[in-house]
Design a protein around this ligand. Structure first.
Ligand SMILES: [Zn+2]
Length: 70
């Protein structure tokens, strides 16, 4: 964990999250691992195979859907 030198700005905390991303590089499809209902999910956009990956994402918390910074 890194707790030092945090800017005093209201930022949503991000964390490394396990995700599935589409194996097709031209496709932007991905999903959180939490949201994958299969151990071998298919891309919801193009039905390609998905590969496990990691991504810095805003931690999932039950606040207002105010996250338009992608
Ligand atoms: Zn895809």
């Amino acid at each position: 964990m890194y707790s030092s030198r945090k800017r005093p700005v209201e930022e949503l905390p991000e964390e490394i999250t396990t995700i599935w991303s589409c194996s097709d590089e031209s496709c932007k499809g991905w999903m959180r691992d939490n949201f994958a209902f299969s151990s071998d999910p298919a891309c919801p956009i193009c039905q390609s195979q998905m590969v496990k990956s990691e991504k810095m994402l805003v931690a999932l918390v039950n606040t207002s859907p105010n996250s338009s910074k992608l």
